[in-house]
Design a protein around this ligand. Structure first.
Ligand code: 2BA
Length: 109
């Protein structure tokens, strides 16, 4: 079994959620925040059989697209002063940042 962790833009979240439901893929959605832009994004936790990982990655790939985002960060990230960007920045965000992890054990009680 694998755990697919996908960080996607909020705008792509409803489409990905619907496509996962349509394909019978179970997922949990978490509200998250990007460390660089401090902008909201959505993290999907998708537990799936190893043989469906490719299908899940395709669903993510076709549901998410990259966008240009211009943001003026308001404050430094935590105590890391060097990460403070005091001017508008234009960055390419997405489509999706995806991690695929091995699941050691899976239980539902
Ligand atoms: P953010 O951290 O807010 O990053 C948004 C976008 O800003 C990134 O898009 C990238 O284009 C740019 N960016 C991030 N850090 C940068 C830096 N140090 N210097 C210059 N530009 C930088 P994506 O790469 O598509 O990432 C979108 C979101 O995915 C990220 O939002 C973060 O929430 C997550 N993410 C990306 N890589 C990650 C990683 N290795 N581990 C955990 N989360 C990650």
């Amino acid at each position: 079994m694998k755990m697919v962790i996908a960080i996607v833009q909020d705008k792509d979240s409803p489409k990905l959620q619907q496509n996962l439901v349509n394909a019978g893929v179970r997922a949990t959605k978490l509200a998250s925040t990007g460390g660089f832009l401090h902008a909201g994004n959505t993290t999907f936790l998708i537990g799936t059989n190893s043989d469906r990982v490719h299908e899940v990655l395709e669903l993510i790939r076709t549901s998410c697209r990259s966008r240009e985002q211009v943001v003026t960060p308001m404050s430094p990230m935590g105590s890391q002063v060097e990460s403070y960007v005091p001017y508008p920045v234009s960055v390419q965000v997405g489509g999706a940042t995806v991690f695929v992890l091995d699941v050691e054990q899976f239980e539902q009680f």
